[in-house]
Design a protein around this ligand. Structure first.
Ligand code: FAD
Ligand code: DHB
Length: 385
């Protein structure tokens, strides 16, 4: 088999890249380790920046997003029960859209015209500095795909970044001593907008997927086991971390999903090794505070698609040569913002009483300064590409 671009991974990054290439007549094949149903069953991000919405429009997959997505003009931050509303529209003239990653993935899967091979085992990348090819097995049979380029869109634990010689990659990492325990429930959200809450017992987030489906998170220690958290224990802990009025309004119910995600900041540089380009979680991880992970994956593949289109249309390498430096500019700004918002909103017992006072001062500054709020709003709604 031969194709122009072999895409590893059918998450949002791989599927969006495949879609943009399909629309431009550039032959591509996606290889995905899991089944389509498995990919659709993973509950992850929920907030789209305007740039990601624009990209869904460009990819001609925005009909359902505009019909069902919820426009959010602001968000609430609370610190020990004191609240400040960050009014995105007033502060920076932009907003975000609540639309789940599973829905983005489903829309892209439904629209796909190119070939996707699901349940591809043992994917391996070969000859990245020459005539590249990819191998895999399916149902015990070995396959080979020759290609011009490989897009590594296979997430943090994928094979793509691991195929680059260690000496050719610099990595930067911060692992946080906690994770997010998340719950999905078929009950209306507690508020119209999201609430990011700092409490001395730990961070909590009230998010949502639709007018009838809510997503809530609480900060838990890294070694916490999801089995230790009954629904009742989760709701009790969440209520404790919210202000009295919000806790009172919370509608609880049986969870339809419950999982723990570790928090990490990570960047690998550069994003290119020979014919391989890394994009999305394969190249970088942000802690989820600030909702940047999915949006960064989208902006990476928008840049990579443009570079590949330029190459096939004009035989110019300029875009491909510049992809890594250009994407990393935006990635590091999102890393900074996610790290900052994580640092402000979580409890870090090791930082002691001084650290907590500094967090409080940061929150008070934010609450009293339009300029500080503008900075948050500018970053949250998405910096330009
Ligand atoms: P992924 O979505 O990880 O897709 C990669 C794909 O590659 C997967 O389908 C995987 O099965 C496949 N793959 C992996 N290895 C191979 C292989 N060897 N061969 C073939 N295929 C392979 N972001 C937020 O903003 N908010 C959140 O609440 C949030 N929660 C998250 C919870 C978890 C548990 C995780 C892991 C991430 C979360 N994120 C969240 C981040 C966000 O979901 C990601 O940034 C986003 O999924 C990145 O998309 P991607 O396509 O780059 O990677
Ligand atoms: C969600 C996740 C986030 O990380 C975030 O900042 C906002 C919302 C969510 O899953 O709904």
């Amino acid at each position: 088999m031969r194709t122009k671009v072999a895409i590893i991974g059918a998450g949002p990054a791989g599927l969006m890249l495949g879609r943009l290439l399909d629309l431009n007549g550039i032959d591509n094949v996606i290889l995905e380790r899991k089944s389509a149903d498995y990919v659709l069953g993973r509950i992850r991000a929920g907030v789209l920046e305007q740039g990601s919405v624009d990209l869904m429009e460009r990819a001609q997959v925005s009909r359902r997003l505009h019909a069902e997505g919820l426009v959010h003009h602001g968000t609430d931050l609370s610190f020990d029960g004191d609240r400040v509303r960050i009014d995105f529209t007033d502060l920076v003239g932009r907003h975000v859209m609540v639309y789940g990653q599973t829905e983005v993935t489903r829309d892209l899967m439904d629209a796909r015209t190119g070939q996707t091979i699901y349940e591809a085992d043992d994917v391996a990348l070969h000859d990245l500095d020459g005539k590249s090819w990819v191998s895999w097995t399916k149902d015990g049979v070995s396959h080979r795909l020759d290609c011009d380029y490989i897009a590594g869109c296979d997430g943090y634990h994928g094979v793509s970044r691991a195929s680059v010689p260690a000496a050719a990659l610099a990595t930067f990492e911060r692992v946080y001593p906690f994770g997010w325990l998340g719950i999905l429930v078929d009950r209306p959200p507690v508020a119209h907008e999201l609430i990011y809450a700092h409490h001395e017992r730990g961070f909590a987030l009230c998010s949502q997927r639709s007018p009838t489906r809510s997503r809530y998170y609480v900060q838990v220690p890294t070694d916490e086991k999801v089995e230790a958290w009954s629904d009742d224990r989760f709701w009790d802990e969440l209520r404790r971390r919210l202000n009295a009025e919000t806790a009172e309004a919370l509608q609880t119910g049986p969870s339809i999903e419950k999982s723990i995600a570790p928090l990490r900041s990570f960047v690998a540089e550069p994003l290119r090794f020979g014919s391989l380009f890394l994009a999305g979680d394969a190249a970088h991880i942000v802690p989820p505070t600030g909702a940047k992970g999915l949006n960064l994956a989208m902006s990476d593949v928008a840049m990579l698609a443009d570079a590949l289109i330029e190459f096939y249309d004009e035989r110019s390498n300029a875009g491909l040569d510049f992809y890594s430096a250009k994407a990393l500019q935006r990635i590091w700004k999102a890393e900074r913002f996610s790290w900052w918002m994580t640092s402000l909103m979580h409890t870090f017992p090791e930082n002691g009483a001084f650290g907590r006072r500094i967090q409080r001062a940061e929150f008070d500054y934010l609450a009293s300064s339009r300029v500080a709020q503008q900075s948050l709003a500018e970053n949250y709604t998405g910096l330009p590409g």
